[in-house]
Ligand binder design. Structure first.
Ligand code: DX5
Ligand code: ZN
Length: 226
């Protein structure tokens, strides 16, 4: 089985919210996915953007949208994001008691189904549902805010999940989110992540496109993968 290429997903959370279309286009042609953090001020204390903005973004950029739902009751909202054209929709394990059912519905709506695991949630209870999802989003910070420091100990969850995925011959991406930069991406890639969200490291840089290229180069060097 050939390994899929690495995915770099700039997070708009660190972009200028008054210019989201331009900020998205700044990484077109170099990024693989555009990560959109949806926060509801309940599941996490922060409040960001919702479905109407994602619908507008869908028209503003050709990049696949990677929607990370940090919201309560994802069953109520998640399918709307798939119907709006999101390529991947990740909901939090802590926010639902039926991850398999929601993943099935997301796939039926034409999106990849992602399961997100926050900082304090163990991975073990979710290993058995890996065959039902496409993306496993492992937080490398506590979800809620950008610009936090990467927590290396959380990569143990990436290693455990990667072993399980390999042993089961599953096709599940492992995406890491939080504190990913040119300094931390190599260790996440070595642990087995193959999709990398980066907010501050991309949109806090002078040249976001160059920052994406540098991230990809560092992850490639660490893994030898395209
Ligand atoms: C935080 C979000 C992240 C955030 C990461 O809860 O899920 O996607 O944008 O930001 P950085 O890359 O700055 O840690
Ligand atoms: Zn995120």
């Amino acid at each position: 089985m050939t390994e899929p290429s690495l995915i770099i997903a700039p997070s708009l959370l660190a972009a200028d919210f008054a210019r989201l279309g331009e900020e998205a286009r700044a990484v077109e042609g170099v990024a693989d996915w555009l990560h959109v953090d949806v926060m509801d001020n309940h599941f996490v204390p922060n409040l960001t953007i919702g479905l109407p903005v994602v619908q507008s973004l869908r028209k503003a950029t050709g990049l696949p949208l990677d929607c990370h739902l940090m919201i309560e009751d994802p069953r109520r909202w998640a399918l709307g994001y798939a119907e709006a054209g999101a390529a991947n929709v990740s909901f939090h394990a802590e926010a639902t008691d039926d991850p398999v059912g929601l993943a099935r519905d997301l796939r039926a709506a034409g999106a990849l189904a992602g399961l997100a695991i926050d900082r304090d949630t163990p991975i073990e209870p979710y290993l058995e549902i890996l065959p039902h999802i496409d993306t496993l989003l492992i937080m490398t910070i506590k979800a809620g805010f950008g610009g936090q420091e990467f927590i290396p100990a959380l990569l143990d969850k990436v290693r455990t999940a990667r072993r399980h995925i390999q042993a089961g011959h599953l096709q599940v991406r492992i995406e890491v989110d939080g504190g990913i930069s040119a300094d931390t991406i190599a260790q996440a890639a070595e642990a087995g992540a193959d999709a990398f969200v980066a907010g501050t490291a991309v949109y806090g840089a002078e040249d976001p496109a160059a920052a994406v290229r540098a991230l990809r180069e560092a992850a490639r060097r660490a893994t030898g993968r395209p």
